[in-house]
Design a protein around this ligand. Structure first.
Ligand code: FAD
Ligand code: EPU
Length: 341
């Protein structure tokens, strides 16, 4: 049995805090409801939008003329265990950070660097969430989905997910086709490999006087860094980084560096480097700029913000203006990371 609500306000269901209305809305708590949903005549004639925590979407229209399907499938199940390793199958509607805390408490290693990322477990494979030297693909074994096209449940192995930097099959051809119901993670139970290469983590651990590394210590350090850098969506509406960090050819970087001596970069391979988009945007003078009740965050130029009552279309226009100025000044095309609805 499936119930579709009509004209549901989405303001509290997206971390940007944008006012928009779902023409139809339903909550899925059990994967079997998905078949019933697909058989509903309204589902067949309207576009679908799967929604988790709403922390990576920008609603640009007053009304979404389709069905918003809110994912609330819960549960953490141990599906396999071996010497030193454990496999957990996790309901896509679990909150990502709560899952990370569960792992830290049970001494399961692999997700601690991804502490405090907002949103749901089910959205994590969508853009292959990443932070502080780790991407979620590093610990994913498989992703369980309901395929709206064939009305079947599938298990997609990691290699078939086409994971890349903030990319996956779910963001491309699988978008709004695959409803992710569960994610299976492969985690370490002992001899954890700690990833503290990201400079700021080491600094914080030293300040915290940590002599022996633990999952909790790494998680605490990441949480401290994130709290100092990123705006809390409860206080200021935002969706994290609005753009991806662009990868450019090394020869272009060398040419730009002649004019912009301070331009930072991270090596990607022998012929490409990644440039922090936050730096490019700051150089174009956008950092801290406010236009009415929206703007570019004062401490992190990669984050666009809604100070309250902001309009999604206006934020999209601001993002487009930022892209244009980076293109004009540096000849670099910024790609939006946030999903524009
Ligand atoms: P939503 O915003 O609800 O959805 C995002 C997209 O995924 C939509 O297109 C939606 O249709 C699709 N989707 C959601 N659930 C499913 C599902 N079950 N099946 C199929 N498709 C689905 N991201 C990072 O990678 N690294 C960071 O460090 C980071 N920091 C952030 C900090 C802040 C303050 C904020 C606000 C965001 C940050 N993000 C970061 C972005 C965001 O938290 C992640 O992208 C997160 O995975 C989104 O989860 P969600 O459940 O909120 O997804
Ligand atoms: N910088 C500036 N000005 C700014 C912001 C950044 O010059 O206003 C430059 C600095 O040189 C700084 C560098 O950018 O050293 C990197 O900044 P930061 O460490 O804050 O990371 P980021 O590249 O801006 C990325 C991810 C974040 C992730 C952090 C930590 C992307 C698009 N963003 O941000 O992910 O948390 O690294 O790993 O890759 C997200 O995806 O929503 C997100 C927040």
């Amino acid at each position: 049995m499936i119930t579709l609500q009509e004209n549901v306000d989405l303001t509290s269901l997206n971390t940007f805090g944008i006012q928009s209305t779902a023409r139809y809305f339903t909550i899925i708590q059990n994967p079997n409801q998905l078949k019933a949903l697909l058989e509903h005549k309204i589902t067949r004639s309207y576009p679908k939008l799967v929604l988790g925590g709403g922390s990576n979407v920008l609603f640009t229209k007053n009304i979404f003329e389709g069905i918003v399907i809110k994912n609330e499938i819960k549960g953490i199940e141990k599906v396999r265990e071996e010497e030193g390793r454990v496999w957990l199958k996790v309901g896509a509607g679990e909150a990502w950070h709560d899952f990370v805390m569960y792992c830290v408490q049970h001494d399961f290693g692999g997700v601690e660097n991804l502490s405090l990322i907002p949103g749901s477990v089910g959205a994590a494979p969508m853009q292959n969430i990443g932070a502080y030297g780790v991407e979620v693909k590093d610990v994913i074994e498989s992703v369980s989905v309901f395929d709206f096209t064939s009305a079947t449940f599938l298990e997609i192995k990691k290699d078939d997910c086409h994971f890349g930097y903030r990319e996956s099959i779910f963001k491309q051809e699988g978008r709004n086709r695959y409803f992710i119901t569960h994610v299976t993670f492969k985690l370490s139970k002992k001899n954890h490999v700690y990833n503290t290469e990201y400079g700021a983590i080491k600094d914080i651990l030293t300040k915290m006087n940590i002599s022996e590394l633990s999952l909790k210590a790494v998680s605490d350090a990441v949480i401290a860094i994130r709290k100092s850098k990123l705006p809390d969506p409860v206080q200021i509406g935002n969706a994290g980084s609005f753009f991806k960090n662009p990868t450019i050819p090394l020869h272009l970087y060398q040419k730009l560096k002649e004019v912009h001596a301070a331009m930072p970069m991270y090596p990607v391979d022998n012929t490409h480097v990644k440039v922090p988009a936050g730096w490019l945007i700051e150089q174009c003078g956008w950092k801290g700029k406010t236009i009415g009740n929206i703007g570019v965050h004062a401490h992190q130029a990669l984050v666009l913000v809604n100070y309250g009552g902001g309009d999604g279309q206006k934020i999209f226009e601001l993002a487009t203006a930022v892209q244009q100025s980076v293109q004009e000044k540096f000849g670099i095309a910024l790609q939006m990371e946030v999903n524009i609805i």
